[in-house]
Write a protein that binds this ligand. Sequence first.
Ligand SMILES: Cc1ncc(C[n+]2csc(CCOP(=O)(O)OP(=O)(O)O)c2C)c(N)n1
Length: 666
Amino acid sequence: MHPCPANAAASQTPQLQPLQLYRSMLRIRRFEQELHRLVGSGAIGGTTHLCAGQEAVPVGVSALLEPDDLVTSTHRGHGHLLAKGAAADRTLAEFAGRAAGYCRGKGGSQHTAVPEIGHFGSNGITGGGLPIAAGLALAQQLRGTGRVVVAYLGDGAAATGAFHESLNLAALWRLPVVFVLENNGFAMSTPVAAHSACADYTEWASRYRGMATARCDGNQLGAVLAAAAPLLARARAGEGPALLECTTWRHFGHSKSDPCVYRDAADDAAWRQRDPLLLWQAAAELAPAAVAAVAQEVEAEIAAAVRFALAAPPGDRAVALADLDLPAAEPGPAPCRIAAGSSTTVTEALRETLRGELERDPRVLLLGEDLGAYGGAFGVTRGLLQQFGPARVRETPISENGFTGLAVGAAMGGLHPVVELMFGDFVTCCMDALVNHAAKLRYMYAGQVQVPLTVRMPIGRRHGYGATHSQSLEAWFLHVPGLQVVCPANLADAVGLLRTALRTAAPVLFLEPKLLYPARGVMPAADHLVPFGRARIDRDGRDVTLFTYGQCLPLCQAAAAMLAGEGIDAGIVDLRSLAPLDVETCAEVLRTTGRGVVVHEGSAVGGVGDAWIGALLPVVFGWLHAPLCKVAAAHTPMPSSPQLEELVMPDAAAVAAMARALVREY
Ligand SMILES: Cc1ncc(C[n+]2csc(CCOP(=O)(O)OP(=O)(O)O)c2C)c(N)n1
């Protein structure tokens, strides 16, 4: 018999009894075989990535977990779900797109989560779940829950930046996470030797300081148990993260359409000889009669699951549109060292708002590069590390995708992280974390999780920072359901919008116009909140209205002053909230003036202005005296020279010219 250190505990712990372990593996095997049949016949649509052949890994690992330990999973995650305790019927219903599924049919095979059993989601982005797992582990560590997180991945995922960023962060912060790498020899059709420049994954991972590693035969359940147990115990004891590599083999193709032509038939046959169920049957010396009885039980469970899933109805329109509403912001005052009514700068006001929320709410923590001695790129966080310590003001490596993804996981794990991107331009490096994860997880997982995450990002020009440090990329995010995008243009809104972001259980991109940092204003009350989706009328006007946000507000004010000198009465609306957009207030104002110009620093092509016009036109068309127009940056990268920068940016004269033309020509 293969030595199984878990056998000592087997008599007391039901999930470690050899027959139960066999049963768990058989349950996954039969589930996958039935799913293969149903997908093949067209009874279930969508894509599926079956894990038959790899059952010993999740069964071995899950057998060592407590019920409230957490796992994150991959596209090939059915076994991870079932082994953690998901019911076969609701799992199959999910994959069949039925409302009775765990995610009401919105997640499907690649995006199912069952947080009530500690399963925080399979993931359709290769490697995408790894930073999230690190963040869930950070939440366990900070909340002192004593739980561990298991992050499954395939060999292909080990080539992603997300993998290395996650291992680095986990090692730096000694997070209670065990990365379980199911090495089945291929990433889709690409063999390991062609996609990973390492001798073995344990050798790679061991280079991260404090990362324990082990490698085992992933088809031998006893070997998985033996290798995983000490790594999980170590992580649970706070001794740091680990990587466990399990070599294994999938029986089916990569996905339903894969005939597996790239695999050697002899290899396949040899691996099938080493079927984990057969190996365990022999190793654990299971009696044939007991195996037959278990098989009968499993057969009945899977047959019932198929009947349940196929009979269940799909969700309706309400299901399709649910889980996107914006939760209300918590009202109430926060401690504030700057007295309401006194004059200060936006930088200081932002810092005091962060300080107040850190003091008020133990779930809040800051993450970003150089937040401590440097105070963040623009000095906003100066002094906060000294006050709150490195656990809550966390200086990160230069790993935007890693630490933003980690923040998503920490948010799901019950914290409210505030990420600072040094420059908004670097959002390109964490698009996956924001667009594929922060924005969607609540929806995909049908409201079972929330992602209270604030991402602060300095945007716009500051005279000479050049093409990669001056952009205004916010328009991209208006296209992503699930993200809130807000941008203050004065001190009171900077405080009110940031405080609202920190009190709202949803992902918020908080844009900080760079030119606004040194601006002065009056500190608002300690309970001042600015609700999202409400524009602010900055100036009433009869003839034409300028719609803007952020650092274009001053130039609109200058343009309005110029126009006033010519007898043109121009109003100004500060949008403040780009997503959700306050269509109602904008429409109301346009009902009066019938002429509107939208002004912003982002490129004129596909920018906020186009989105704004698209949203308003169907509502206000009948009231317009003139077409809605925009004044925005030229469609060029930002040149470094301040003189050239002026030439591609909108200015007050251009805004005034456009408004004048609308008034005079229409
Ligand atoms: C970022 C990303 N790139 C590509 C894909 C398409 N894709 C899905 S699974 C997969 C292979 C992943 O291989 P591996 O991590 O070894 O897992 P396995 O399929 O072997 O379980 C690929 C290329 C994806 N989903 N996400």
